[in-house]
Design a protein around this ligand. Structure first.
Ligand code: 5RP
Length: 219
């Protein structure tokens, strides 16, 4: 099965977590795009939909969905999003698409966080994927120096301005033996908006698509 098909079957499986009258949060990325394209099939179940990025909003609106602001709906019943890496504790690296901050807000505001991935993203230890950090532009070099002290190799994602008007540093070759501790530590550096480690708020459900079909971890 090719990767696109794996993304599609993972997205399809996640529809089972959307209950009647759901307030649904939608993530960002190519896996989530498969989900968005399926949402018209369950349109009547969705009471409100909240988006994690301008790109997702545009796609939802092109399918006729009215996108609500998080402030006007309260908590989300379910938040569905992809990831760049996931470990067996359902802790994630996210932010490959640069939408990590809004994604983390929606994950935090959700009663159930369903993560959809293909099997290439399952890892024993997080960190092979460069860890994204959203930073306030004036703090970019300062945060980069702090990350060098933590033995990472920061690379500025040049040309990218996030939906929040900030920059992204991708930290290569960072050792992450303890994702909880690392998330706290990086988030405490002044100028960091958020780090793309989702350890304090991991996924509740991880749907993994492989050649053998779907495997679900968590509940
Ligand atoms: C965007 C993300 C995405 O969920 C992550 O990059 C996975 O994307 P894709 O489904 O395209 O592989 O965190 O900020």
């Amino acid at each position: 099965m090719d990767q696109k098909n794996k993304k599609l079957i993972a997205a399809k499986a996640s529809l089972n977590y959307v209950q009647d009258g759901a307030i649904l949060g939608v993530g960002t990325g190519s896996t989530v795009n498969e989900l968005i394209d399926l949402l018209p099939t369950i349109r009547e179940k969705i009471q409100a939909v909240v988006s994690s990025s301008a790109a997702t909003t545009a796609r939802l609106e092109s399918l006729g969905f009215e996108v609500s602001m998080l402030n006007s709906v309260g908590d989300l019943d379910v938040y569905i999003d992809g990831a760049d890496e996931a470990n067996k504790h359902l802790q994630l690296i996210k932010g490959g698409g640069g939408a990590l901050t809004r994604e983390k807000i929606l994950a935090g505001a959700s009663r159930k966080f369903v993560c959809i991935i293909d099997d290439s993203k399952q890892v024993g230890r997080l960190g092979a994927f460069p860890l994204p950090i959203e930073v306030i532009p004036m703090a970019q070099s300062f945060v980069a120096r702090k990350m060098v002290k933590m033995r990472g190799q920061p690379i500025w994602r040049e040309g990218l301005v996030t939906d929040n008007g900030n920059h992204i540093l991708d930290i290569h070759n960072l050792q992450i033996p303890n994702p909880l501790e690392m998330e706290t530590r990086i988030n405490q550096i002044p100028g960091v908006i958020t780090v793309g480690l989702f350890a304090h708020r991991p996924a509740d459900v991880l749907i993994v698509a492989s050649d053998n079909g779907i495997r679900t971890l968590g509940q």
